[in-house]
Design a protein. Structure first.
Length: 465
């Protein structure tokens, strides 16, 4: 597979995202015999940096509408003399760019102002991501103007900054309250306090368009009351469908107010609680409140839970597993913890007869009790997707898993990336016996490269390596 167009066509056939960094790939991508040149698939994404644009210009390749994402780094403004004119062209004079990632922590004020002015004139960007960008007061005023612009197409806004305070959030609050197209809001800061949460609650009291809210507290050191926000979501907001809380210090009062919110709220169906901390003196109360949340949230269909605290005592996790067994609405369950053999056994036993969970993911678990997983694959008739990344699964374990899959008639996808598998010769036999399984992903294992893969496995598009 030495021809560049063969490589590109293979990537297109596998419907993968292209990251444009290599000059050979960038130029070969737009040859007339390349499939992406001929296709106009709206789901297809080509990601590029400013360097990608400069290569295209140097090679006299015109712009194409398949380009819809760009990542801009602060040092690009120092490295490339014409960057402002090029960005003005693609952001103001074309409508090709839909997503912008601006990554920086040392950018002078004139550059930030110029970029925000271009965004104010833009009529195509729907996703805007400021990654650890040091915005000042004037920047937030301009950002608020962008949000208030009637013709703004912005649907997703991410502000990841160590220093965003409640004062800065208050500046963009009018724009966030009144922007009717905004669907996703992601805020990450080390300065989140109770004033910050009060302003956020007021935003969601008025906003009727945001469907996804992600809050990340960096680092998780302070105990903050989220009750004002949860009270608003409980009584005054029926638009939000996806709530994500990361690095929060979850005291009993916070979990209790969240439980009360979800028992009444009818719109939130996805909850992510990531890297949650629990005070040691409130651990039992927090876990008990979490079990009530799982049992008494009638509209919750997707739960993603991870804790910074490892359940070293098997009995501590059991109330959560028991609550999951009683829940009848969850269709997707993600558990992120380093569970013990006994704990994974109990989790798989719970899943064996669960009536609704179709998608299950449990990464970073160093101990997978394979016999109970085998039993799950043989008995469960509901699960469609299973992901076990970073679980130290080796050849002995995968052989037991494959044997169980031979009689499974419901599982569609199995994700085993980042494990210890180095033998794949049995996979084609699996697909001869199992006609239901659509895909098994074993990339980033210990599998030898190229020869066997190119001659055998690529003939079977159900296998991803």
């Amino acid at each position: 597979m030495n021809n560049i167009n063969d490589k590109i066509d293979l990537l297109c056939d596998m419907n993968l995202t292209l990251y444009l960094t290599d000059e050979e790939v960038i130029c070969g991508l737009f040859q007339t015999n390349s499939k992406i040149y001929k296709r106009n698939c709206p789901r297809y994404i080509v990601k590029m940096t400013y360097n990608s644009i400069s290569i295209l210009k140097r090679c006299q390749v015109p712009y194409y509408p398949q380009f819809n994402e760009i990542t801009i780094y602060s040092n690009d403004f120092e490295k490339y003399k014409n960057i402002y004119n090029d960005l003005e062209y693609i952001l103001v004079k074309t409508t090709m760019i839909k997503t912008i990632y601006f990554k920086s922590n040392k950018t002078n004020n004139s550059i930030k102002t110029e970029l925000l002015c271009l965004l104010d004139a833009n009529k195509s960007v729907v996703n805007l991501d400021f990654a650890y960008l040091d915005l000042n007061r004037d920047d937030y005023i301009l950002l608020n103007s962008i949000l208030l612009h009637k013709s703004s197409t912005l649907e997703s806004l991410t502000i990841m900054s160590y220093d965003i305070l409640f004062n800065e959030l208050n500046i963009i609050a009018p724009g966030l309250q009144n922007h009717q197209q905004l669907k996703k809001l992601h805020i990450s800061s080390s300065k989140i306090d109770e004033f910050f949460i009060e302003i956020l609650a007021n935003i969601f009291h008025h906003n009727k368009s945001i469907q996804c809210l992600k809050i990340k507290q960096e680092p998780c050191i302070e105990v903050i009351s989220y009750r004002p926000l949860f009270n608003v979501l409980q009584c005054h907001n029926n638009t939000l469908t996806n709530l994500s809380l990361t690095n929060i210090m979850c005291v009993f009062e916070t979990m209790q107010s969240l439980t009360e919110c979800l028992s009444v709220n009818t719109s939130i169906h996805t909850l992510r609680i990531n890297s949650m901390e629990m005070p040691s003196d409130q651990k039992t109360e927090v876990i008990n409140s979490l079990t009530q949340l799982i049992i008494n949230s009638p509209h919750l269909t997707k739960l993603n839970y991870s804790s910074a605290y490892n359940f070293t005592d098997d009995d501590e996790l059991f109330p959560i597993i028991n609550a999951l067994s009683k829940n009848k609405t969850l269709t997707t369950l993600y558990l992120h913890n380093n569970f013990t053999d006994i704990q994974t056994l109990n989790i798989f036993e719970m899943l064996c007869n669960h009536p609704s969970i179709q998608n299950f993911r449990m990464p970073f678990c160093e101990s997978i009790y394979t016999p109970s997983l085998s039993k799950l694959l043989k008995t469960n008739k509901i699960l469609k997707h299973i992901s076990l990344q970073y679980c130290n699964i080796d050849n002995t374990q995968i052989s037991i898993i494959i044997d169980a899959l031979k009689t499974n008639t419901t599982l569609l996808q199995l994700d085993l990336r980042y494990n210890e598998i180095d033998n794949v010769h049995f996979l084609n036999e699996l697909f001869e016996m199992n006609t239901t399984l659509q895909q098994i992903n074993i990339s980033w294992n210990q599998i030898p490269k190229l020869s066997y893969i190119e001659t055998t496995l690529l003939k079977n598009n159900k296998i991803i390596i």
